[in-house]
Design a protein around this ligand. Structure first.
Ligand code: PEP
Length: 261
């Protein structure tokens, strides 16, 4: 499948994690259509829902300009892999994005860097845009290993892809110590790592300078504007605050403002 190359798209993606039910989801889809849709001319907006709710997302967001996706995908195309969901299956329900290598999956499902690279590749083969998460633990930050950890996570994915495939990626810098903790990296801390990621990308292929790099970790309406003001922060991957329509709308509004500058 042919896909357009990214050009520093402003992108805000909600990660609903394992929250919601059909009733709550409907209220969230209605709120997205009612309040968030107005920002889709300047900002790409998506929500990554639990697998069973893909058909509901397809119905609820149809022709809204807001995309949907999944929070994981199988590294295999098809076959005897009980419990797995393939990228082609997600595509059948209109999914556009998939989060790969989220720190919760690395931690609770022992996902290896190689497996994450396979997932990204499989997603691309099916026409999904992988949002590849990278980020250090608190211990790694305190040992001053942030840049090395991020470089190793990023390079394992890049190594498994062609230049053309690399151009379809989105990266999300998510310091593990800032996820779901209420503790956000300061805009300057986040910018340092984003600049490092962009330098790493350019050192691999010059064209990768235009990939979108999102920040994730306790982003809220109240801190989004300052984060988005940083040169290398192109948007956000939002967990907790994506479940609250007022918060999520505020984050999308901040991205819209940043896109107009
Ligand atoms: C996430 O799960 O990707 C995330 C960033 O979570 P939170 O916004 O809740 O920290």
């Amino acid at each position: 499948m042919k896909m357009a190359h990214a050009y520093r798209d402003k992108l805000v993606v909600g990660n609903w994690k394992m929250h919601g039910n059909t009733l709550e989801n409907q209220a969230r889809f209605d709120a997205l259509r009612g309040h968030v849709r107005r920002y889709t001319e300047t900002v790409k907006i998506a929500v990554c829902v639990p697998f069973p709710y893909l058909p509901q997302a397809e119905r609820g967001l149809h022709q809204s300009g807001i995309s949907w996706g999944t929070q994981d995908v199988s590294p295999h195309a098809h076959g005897a892999y009980t419990g797995e969901v393939s990228a082609d299956m997600a595509r059948e329900f209109g999914a556009r994005y998939v989060i790969v290598g989220h720190s919760e999956r690395r931690a609770y499902h022992s996902e290896s860097a190689t497996e994450i690279a396979m997932k990204a590749r499989r997603a691309l083969e099916s026409g999904l845009t992988p949002i590849v998460c990278v980020g250090e633990s608190l211990e790694e930050r305190e040992l001053d290993r942030t840049n090395d950890v991020v470089a190793s996570q990023l390079n394992t994915v890049l190594d498994s892809l062609s230049v053309y495939e690399r151009l379809q990626l989105v990266f999300a810098y998510e310091p593990v110590w800032a996820i779901g903790t209420g503790r956000t990296a300061s805009p300057a801390q986040a910018q340092d790592v984003h600049a490092h990621i962009r330098t790493l990308l350019v050192s691999r292929d010059r064209e990768l300078v235009n990939l979108s790099i999102l920040y994730g970790g306790s982003v809220k309406a109240g801190n989004a504007e300052n984060l988005f003001a940083e040169t290398d922060i192109d948007g956000a991957l939002v967990g907790g605050a994506s479940l609250d329509p007022v918060e999520f709308t505020g984050i999308c509004a901040a991205a819209h403002q940043a896109a107009q500058k």
